[in-house]
Design a binder for this molecule. Structure first.
Ligand SMILES: C[S@@+](CC[C@H](N)C(=O)[O-])C[C@H]1O[C@@H](n2cnc3c(N)ncnc32)[C@H](O)[C@@H]1O
Length: 259
């Protein structure tokens, strides 16, 4: 009997960027649940570099799939603003590279890795920063993206308010950036979703008051979660310490049913 002493070529694993929706585990897609179940490694984003930081994406994923027995790799993504028209902040880039290297190590061992991410990977998610760095470091990496339900969709559905209808033009804006562009967007467009509003609310209320738009706005904190809070009069949220999961919907027009 001959013994095959040749080492088998290891097939690298596949990376899945998985949108897990805005918080309610029932808003995860069937595909997201299946992929999370089948991956032995979950690489999860956290905003703290202490090796045990909380991860919203992990919490949501665990609402549907048992994480027991899986290799949970915490990847540190600093909460810093990213300006796409400038080179990335060196500390951010270093963190992304470290995260990418940790994922590549597991993929090189032949393991499939799931990266659960809040909402949809294509909307202000760290998932695409990870993807860009991995593609740069190892262009042949097999990557699949699983879309997820966005926070704005959950806010819209929960409030029975459409995001955009008919000839509405919709803008989705991260409110953490400068006000002048936002002022123009709010003036020119019909419907606006403001994300990342939690630290900017008072300034935003002042701007919306100035533009006479305050009464067309609704603020949703933790949409779809037990701690959900809705401010139909956004002025009542002034001075509050809002949760990071806070989104504002603004729509100027409504459907006219009278001839
Ligand atoms: C980094 S972005 C992630 C967006 C996400 N990828 C998506 O598809 O909705 C984080 C922002 O999403 C919004 N968000 C996420 N979950 C939310 C929730 N359950 N309720 C309200 N807003 C939420 C907030 O505006 C928060 O600041």
């Amino acid at each position: 009997m001959s013994t095959n002493t040749q080492a088998k070529t290891l097939v690298p694993g596949r990376l899945y960027l998985v949108g897990v929706g805005p918080g309610d585990p029932e808003l995860m897609t069937v595909k997201a649940v299946r992929i999370l179940k089948q991956c032995p490694v979950w690489a999860v984003p956290t905003a703290k570099n202490d090796g045990a930081g909380a991860s919203s994406a992990l919490n949501i994923a665990q609402g549907m799939v048992d994480a027991q027995g899986r290799d949970i790799v915490r990847l540190f993504f600093p909460m810093k603003r990213v300006f796409l028209d400038a080179a990335a902040d060196p500390s951010l880039l270093a963190a992304w590279q470290e995260a990418a290297a940790a994922v590549l190590t597991r993929l090189d061992q032949g393991q499939d890795v799931a990266f659960p991410t809040l909402g949809d990977p294509g909307v202000y998610s760290t998932a695409f920063y990870l993807l860009s760095v991995i593609q740069e470091m190892r262009p042949a990496t097999h990557i699949s993206i699983v879309p997820g339900i966005t926070a704005m969709s959950a806010c819209s559905a929960g409030q029975g308010r459409p995001l955009a209808l008919g000839n509405d033009v919709l803008a989705v804006v991260p409110a953490a950036f400068e006000d002048e562009r936002l002022r123009r967007i709010l003036t020119d467009l019909d419907a606006v979703v403001l994300m990342k509003v939690h630290k900017r609310l008072d300034t935003l209320i002042t701007l919306l008051d100035e533009l006479h738009l305050t009464d067309q706005a609704v603020l949703i904190e933790c949409a779809g979660l037990p701690e959900e809070r809705v401010y139909t009069d956004i002025r009542t949220a002034r001075g509050r310490n809002l949760h990071y999961f806070s989104t504002m919907l603004i729509r100027k027009k409504s459907v006219q049913v009278q001839p």
